[in-house]
Design a protein around this ligand. Structure first.
Ligand SMILES: Cc1ncc(COP(=O)(O)O)c(C=O)c1O
Length: 399
């Protein structure tokens, strides 16, 4: 039977694969601690359930507008006005089944075969696959030697006549880096000068720690509004990954195209989940702040424990809920007779020996690293770090 070239080229999500492997081992009775999944362990806020129940009781079980309910799109505009002082109209918002399809739809609306999209590496896995699914080209700007902070000159050098967009994610999955004002201004100049699109994924914008500040580029440079596609959603800030509600905000003409694309692909996202999203955006600000504060404590805990370990180094993350240590010093060492040749072997041996799941950095275009999600309880973080330390202390220099 024939499979398309497009689908033959696709790689399954490495983060979901690690999580699936961890769940499989747990089902076999192993006491696995997973730092794999990128999802908060909290329950969704009460308002999600209240609004969903009301929606069900009232029988709001039919198709909504394909780009999302008007009330929810209005609420999203209000959120952007209050949080960033940026004015959007509901016809600029398309609500989808999570933020993931929003990115795909946005890319589909601007990328022709052969067009290049610039990404910072380390980068989130799905960007790469989505661009390739659309026959676009990924152009990588490496940030590994600058503590994952992008260098403006390198971005400028990556731009050529095929470049269509720069895709940025701040705070970043997998590094936790938060882009600063000067850099955003510099990138904005490049975007405007070269007539590009900016895809700005700020799904982790509520999860910012310490002195760091999240900046929305359109708030900073209003001129960017006509060429920026914002990606956001309720998955991370409101602990609502399973409800599958995300959204894009784009200039009206582009938003109409994205909406048309979605109308043929999925139609509206689940009506009940849209009501739940509306509920939390109206009523759950305190929950967002509470969860953020807990994530901050967890970040401090995991970073403190990691900093005591041999053979790994990392810049402290300012946002999201990931740490992305280099394990390059472990490569070439051996664990119980087996040589660690790369990050994938490191992850496999760690999972097999200590039942600790972390994601190989090569999935994020950063071999020699691993990603740990600290969206789990302090007890699990402490026990997981004890096991990781024990694993690292057993590494031997191989001959
Ligand atoms: C950077 C980034 N963007 C988008 C998403 C997608 O979020 P959602 O679960 O709403 O599809 C994720 C999820 O892990 C992410 O890490």
């Amino acid at each position: 039977m024939k499979f398309s070239q497009r689908i033959l080229g696709i790689k399954p999500s490495a983060t979901l694969a690690v999580d699936a492997k961890a769940k499989e081992l747990s089902a076999q009775g192993k006491n696995v601690i997973s730092f794999g999944a990128g999802e908060p362990d909290f329950n969704s806020p009460a308002a999600a359930f209240e609004y969903a129940k009301i929606a069900m009781d009232k029988g709001y079980t039919h198709y909504t507008a394909s780009s999302g309910m008007q009330e929810l799109r209005q609420q999203i505009c209000q959120y952007y006005k209050q949080r960033f002082g940026v004015e959007y109209k509901p016809n600029q918002v398309v609500v989808s089944n999570g933020a993931k399809p929003c990115i795909y739809e946005a890319l589909a609306a601007i990328v022709d075969p052969g067009d290049e999209v610039i990404l910072m590496a380390p980068t989130w896995v799905s960007y790469i696959e989505q661009i390739q699914l659309l026959d676009g080209q990924v152009k990588v700007v490496d940030t590994q030697d600058t503590d994952y902070v992008p260098v403006l000159d390198r971005i400028a050098q990556a731009i050529n006549s095929k470049t269509t967009a720069i895709l940025l994610n701040s705070p970043s999955n997998p590094t936790g880096v938060v882009l600063e004002e000067d850099l955003i201004k510099g990138i904005a100049e490049l975007v405007i000068k070269n007539d590009l699109w900016l895809i700005w994924d700020e799904i982790y914008e509520r999860l910012i720690y310490g002195q760091a500040r999240h900046i929305n580029p359109v708030q900073l440079i209003p001129e960017l509004a006509s060429r920026t596609i914002i990606i956001n959603g309720v998955s991370k800030a409101y602990a609502m990954t399973g409800w599958r509600i995300g959204y894009s905000i784009a200039p009206p003409e582009l938003a109409a195209k994205i909406g048309a694309f979605q109308s043929h692909l999925t139609s509206n996202p689940c009506s009940i989940a849209q009501w739940a999203a509306l509920g939390v955006m109206r009523e759950s600000e305190q929950d967002v702040i509470r969860m953020r504060d807990i994530f901050k404590d967890r970040r401090d805990l995991i970073c403190g424990l990691l900093s005591e370990m041999p053979f790994i180094s990392f810049p402290e993350p300012d946002g999201a809920f990931y740490v992305f240590p280099s394990i390059k010093e472990c490569i070439g060492k051996s664990f119980q007779g087996q040589i660690i040749t790369d990050d994938q072997v490191f992850c496999r041996l760690l999972l097999e020996s200590e039942a600790v799941a972390v994601v190989p950095g090569s999935a994020f275009l950063a071999p020699g690293h691993v990603r740990l999600s600290y969206a789990c309880s302090p007890d699990l973080i402490e026990e997981g770090m004890r096991r990781l330390k024990r694993f690292l202390e057993k590494l031997e220099t191989s001959n």
